[in-house]
Design a binder for this molecule. Structure first.
Ligand SMILES: [Zn+2]
Length: 502
């Protein structure tokens, strides 16, 4: 390079609580506030705000860092810069993400040889689940598979919700705040959600996943999965000697070992991001590796993800434009886990397994197995020109608006040909996140109906059509019907209340 952008810090900068305690403790919300205010005092190019309040009433810090800091996503995109949203601590006990992202921000504002902060704006929520973070308890109880710190928080928020199952129904104030203050305002190109695994015993140093919902636009999915994560994985092996792999668990299927990813549903933050047309990365530090090392892997992984996104910004932007402009004729409503081949997975040797689940294995066996790292569509439904929502379901129209879906008021008009879904069968699951999820079977029938008086029209000719489809299709297992938001009376023989116009 012709000149160096390395700057001499005016101040050495604050230390995270993990750094200050030599890896024994993790930051509370007060520690995070103090760190950010000390960092701002060094003259860092950052704006501090609050995301909103947690269910338990705690203020959740949000920080925007960039040279310079733009007013929002529109300005950032006009400047030709990417917006990356980094969220840590969605599960309160999974603590290394906040330590890693705070340290990375500090180091980037002091020395940024790759000019990342000029090319990219970082919107960061270091503690998304403030209630869970503050519910500190003995890690052997809160996270029995985790090697430190001694005290760690709890998984749910203050109302008992798992925030990484809430992205579609958006019942938690934290989720609603992120939709309003981050998604609507910043329209992130890339969303990174930082987690810790729940303990499957393998030899990898770090694991990850792209969006897994098959309705993610193929260009966004391929960029996230094949380009970005493929490159990051190769770099971390070359530069650090770390073996990174798709997040998953070793399971038994039809009598044989398989490696299986997690659910495809949009309720997970990174899958939701994909349905919005953003690239996304789930980061899963390995729980039985020591806390200090998990901070190191998460930080290196995150930094490498951001660098590679900035390096390939043009293709990422092109993928996002393709996703926003695409008007598919049909999309998936039912899915199956899918493998594209077998790989060797180093699992703990069961004959020499350790007795403490919070400590790393010491002996491994290489097992060749199918790697189910993705999902595929097994049933589709047609995308209509409009969905019609009756006025009694105004709450669903409001939820769509919160998600950034364009919704119009229905005007009175003559009857038109519509497709209505006649429910033939209703199955309900057990209680999950305060709901009993509904699965509907049935078929579409043609009818003539007038537009819903006082109701709403949702056009499919809009960038958010994949989200609209996700929320409104009767056969979906993660939409408004499934989450009981269209009421409890979706009984066999009745019509699903949302009609489709072609
Ligand atoms: Zn998690």
């Amino acid at each position: 390079m012709m000149h160096s952008h390395r700057q001499t810090p005016r101040h050495p900068g604050p230390r995270t609580r993990a750094e200050a305690t030599d890896g024994r403790e993790t930051s509370t919300l007060a520690d995070v506030e103090r760190f950010l205010s000390d960092l701002a005092a060094t003259g860092a190019p950052m704006v501090r705000e609050n995301l909103g309040r947690s269910a338990g009433g705690r203020a959740l810090p949000l920080v925007v860092v960039g040279r310079p800091v733009p007013s929002g996503g529109d300005e950032a995109h006009r400047q030709g810069r990417l917006v990356a949203y980094v969220q840590a601590n969605i599960h309160g006990g999974e603590v290394e993400g906040k330590e890693a992202v705070l340290a990375l921000l500090r180091d980037l504002v002091q020395s940024d040889p790759r000019r990342l902060l000029e090319r990219m704006v970082l919107v960061v929520v270091p503690v998304f689940n403030g209630d869970g973070n503050e519910a500190l308890g003995d890690v052997r109880r809160t996270r029995p598979h985790q090697d430190g710190p001694a005290l760690a928080g709890e998984r749910p928020n203050g109302q008992g919700l798992d925030l990484n199952r809430d992205a579609v129904k958006a019942e938690a104030p934290e989720t609603r705040a992120v939709l309003e203050r981050v998604m609507a305002r910043w329209d992130p190109d890339l969303i990174v959600d930082l987690h810790t695994t729940n303990g499957t015993r393998h030899r990898f140093q770090h694991t990850y996943a792209p969006p897994t919902h098959p309705n993610t636009h193929p260009a966004v999915l391929e960029w996230s999965r094949d380009h970005l994560l493929g490159t990051v994985r190769r770099r971390l092996l070359r530069e650090r000697g770390w073996n990174c792999f798709d997040y998953g668990n070793a399971e038994w299927r039809d009598g044989r070992r398989v490696w299986a990813t997690f659910g495809e549903e949009g309720r997970y933050v990174t899958n939701y991001a994909g349905l919005r047309g953003s690239a996304a990365v789930l980061s899963e530090a390995v729980s039985f590796l020591p806390f200090g090392f998990r901070i190191e892997t998460t930080r290196a992984f995150l930094e490498t993800v951001l660098e590679e996104a900035a390096r390939d910004a043009d293709r990422l932007r092109a993928a996002r434009v393709a996703a926003a402009e695409d008007r598919p004729r049909e999309l998936g409503v039912r899915f199956a886990m899918h493998t594209v081949g077998e790989q060797v997975v180093p699992l703990e040797d069961p004959a020499r397994a350790g007795s403490d689940p919070s400590k790393a294995p010491t002996h491994w066996v290489d097992v060749r197995m199918p790697v189910f790292d993705r999902w595929r569509t097994v049933r589709s439904a047609r995308v209509p020109r409009q969905w019609w929502i009756p006025r009694e379901h105004a709450a669903v129209a409001r939820l769509l608006l919160l998600h950034g879906v364009a919704v119009e008021r229905a005007e009175p008009g003559p009857p038109r040909r519509v497709e209505k879904f006649r429910i033939a069968e209703q199955a309900r699951g057990g209680v999950f996140q305060g709901h009993r999820l509904i699965r509907l079977e049935g078929r579409f029938e043609e009818a003539r109906e007038a537009p819903p008086a006082g109701g709403f029209l949702v056009p499919s000719d809009q960038p958010a059509l994949r989200l609209a489809f996700h929320l409104l299709e009767p056969e979906g297992l993660d939409g408004a019907g499934a989450w009981n938001l269209l009421g409890d009376s979706l009984d066999p023989g009745t019509w699903f209340p949302v009609f489709k116009v072609f």
